[in-house]
Ligand binder design. Sequence first.
Ligand code: FMN
Length: 370
Amino acid sequence: MADSIARTAAAVTPAPPVPATWRVGRKLLFSVDAERVHHLAMASLSVWSRVCSVDLPTSDVARAPSLRTEAFGLVFPNPLGLAAGFDKDAVAVPAWHALGFGFVEVGTVTARPQPGNERPRLFRLPADRALKNRMGFNNQGAVACVQRLERWRHAGRVKIPVGVNIGKSKVVDNADAADDYRASFGAVADVADYVVVNVSSPNTPGLRALQQKDELSRVLDVVCGDNAKRTAPRPVLVKLAPDLAFEDARACADAALHAGCRGLVLTNTTIDPTGLQGPVPEGGGGISGAPLFARSTELLRTLAREYQGKLAFMGAGGVEDGATLQAKLDAGAAVAQAYTGFVYGGPGFVRRCLRELLALRASGAAATAT
Ligand SMILES: Cc1cc2nc3c(=O)[nH]c(=O)nc-3n(C[C@H](O)[C@H](O)[C@H](O)COP(=O)(O)O)c2cc1C
């Protein structure tokens, strides 16, 4: 069927090589509960961010002049960002720049703080280089996130674009979603370089229903209407699910365009486990990582082609090396994000991806020249 997204997860391609030291470290870390390791890592990065302000040499690959990218009215030192959900409460913003990321999307934050779903809610699927999560927007609330971002900014510690991803508070009905998003947007707009309206998490009951065109328009018209009244409007993007049929995704893109959004983030996690090679924990949740690459890239390619010049795109889903990053850019993304690839790739992940990206471009240029 020409007009439907390939439903089968990509057969897992060979794992990108990682240094032996990280292979050992990863084995140790992967023997501990995934969420515990995440909290440990975030606590360490948060402490590092508060006590250390080392700036890296300008020759660093993350700032190679050829990687500088302008999009959404922003300047990105390189096109690889940290995807939403990793630093939900903006506790470690300086660390992401130090690790080489070209931007970071904090959140998802909601207007009201909330604890998220019951644990366990984060699982590794190592046979598929994937994760499954049903976190449920655990976060300290939009206001706490804003206060932290203000502190980082006042201290001069924000060196890369910082987007804020906003979601619907769980206790709020879909009928009142527009006001809830409006409250979050109003709170974060001053401190965010861009804002993402997230209507695609599978872990808040009913949230994905907001991807129906009329429902989405109601939310986006309110958010973008408020944005237009600001003296400094922010680029507003909408984050969609990879499980939408193309027709429905197009309807969302139309709603975004009509409301005045700048672009789309494609995509969030998938709820479709088809094609996974290894065991998958029971219960709800979204799958990310290598198995998401093909379908998220296909949706990106289709919409980027159709909305070229009207909307700009951020790619997400299965970026795990230079080749997958380049594939997102080739499919029409201005910049791309990673979450799961970073978990599997470790601290050297960003620089490896960017070095590979530069090498791919150099070999492409050399091939063209001969
Ligand atoms: C544990 C976990 C939590 C996530 N939380 C959020 C979130 O709060 N908001 C959001 O928009 N996306 C969230 N995501 C989705 C990622 O931002 C990203 O869109 C998705 O994982 C695909 O990218 P990846 O294959 O590089 O992981 C989360 C993903 C994971 C694995």
